[in-house]
Design a protein around this ligand. Sequence first.
Ligand code: TPP
Length: 569
Amino acid sequence: MNGAQYIVKFLENKGVDLIFGYPGGSVLFLYDILGRSTKIKHILTRHEQGAIHAADGYARVTGKTGVCFATSGPGATNLVTGLANAYLDSVPIVAITGQVGVDSIGRDSFQEADIVGITMPVTKHNYLVKELAILPEVLEEAWQVAREDRPGPVLIDIPKDLFAGEFDFAHASATSKRKHKTPLKNELAKQLGKITAVLQKAQKPLVFAGGGLVSSEAEEELKQFIEYTGIPVVTSLMGKGVIPEEEGGSLGMVGMHGRPAANLALSNCDVLVAIGTRFSDRVTGNPQHFLTETCIIHVDVDPAELYKNVHSEIPVVSDAKKFLQMLLTELREEKSSFAFEPWLKQIDSWTKEYALSFRESHLLKPQAVIKAVAEQATDNPIVVTDVGQHQMFVAQYYPVRGKRSFLTSGGLGTMGYGIPAAIGAAFGRPGETVILFVGDGGFQMTVQELAVIAQYRLPLKIFMINNSCLGMVRQWQELFFKKHYAQSVFTEGPDFLKLVDAYGIKALQISKPEDTKTIVDEALRHPGPVVVECLVDAEENVLPIIPPGGQPSEMLGRWHGEAHISSIS
Ligand SMILES: Cc1ncc(C[n+]2csc(CCOP(=O)(O)OP(=O)(O)O)c2C)c(N)n1
């Protein structure tokens, strides 16, 4: 067997049926073999960044590992943003890159880039395979590393001569030597005892649900925990959708653009059960001033997260699902009961007093479009966003309902993520509605992937929120740079309708608020892909906002229908 045959067989045996990628000189042999596989389909994106974001979207909606291929040098470096994106959002990806021949490494050979060196800080692990004898072990280990504990991207760089090289793989070790570490059971049990005692005494407890709950698929356990204890829940951006955001579910997202009641609950709780969240600076502001009076129980599968950003009284290293199962058993065995009526009443009054709102006008508002789509798309669609104002509007106004159904670039904030991630989602869950919200800036960053959407007739519903500017940048310049709009306004734009049409995709446009319902309906009913250009009020801002470095309680917004922006207190 040659190296390429071994790799393709390995992936087939792992159940991989879809790979996103882009060929080139160093991977020609690999593609030659892949092209003969009857089990694996390859999707040719139009840029390697598209391939890795698509693999990311596919992994997020399926829970499987995303796989992508790229050639050496520029192909490999085009993966860097996608690797960093997946790394910060803990998405399992195996990226295989071709490298120059073994003897050419280190000689500035044609299309040589030290991709292992470059991606070391943005991968969970990476490998340069220099001999076929270690290929089986590396592949096995990489597969395991990408998935185990906290998932993440792994890159395997393989010199081109190894793809063609023959080897007797029957005599190579195909087992990973990595040891799977699990926290000692009695250690977790000891912490559980402490946690139940703390919860029993709590008067203002709160659950902070992060993306770790989504990746460990702990939706049901969280629901049961909430039902049993009655503790209110807030989520991080990555935790959005892990519990319904409508009546009786979560209070919504916390952080810089979080819901006021959620941020106020976070600021005022006495015990915080934080599960699968890394306390990003978008939530904590200055971490030294963050919840100094609160007892924080911090549960994370990755021990490196504990004490990284915030102090915790009770740190727990555990998978989120397992933790909740054990905690629930403990609470039920002890027949613990909870009562914190005044706290719930307080939260209820915040929810009513500081409801999210925006001012309607004769101009089309991005929030109104998002609300209309959320109301009219009744089949629990997968919701994908790009990065910017529209992303935060979706986080605020779109109540996501299904499992693994909200995709956004949370940690890296990667403009250009949306289109390819939505492609990955559509391939991952065929037959389900996939809705993408993207700004006119981000749309132009990966617009070439419309070709893939057209080619496979992926029935994506893309709402491009066109404000003719880099909205989030413009907002910060308005609020914090005295309206000096340096390089954030597009004075020349393409004719988006023609551009979309050129790809063979249906293009619609909403320019007036009163047309919203009809056009959203037309888009949702259209059986194939559609891009709806929404010409929105360019001056709309995402509110509330916590100014940089501020605490969750220091939100600025328009309260009680006031025209001016003020602080909450
Ligand atoms: C690759 C990349 N470059 C720059 C930024 C910085 N940035 C964050 S939001 C934003 C504006 C996004 O504009 P647009 O895509 O039109 O969306 P909007 O904010 O208008 O909704 C920019 C430039 C980024 N997040 N990612």
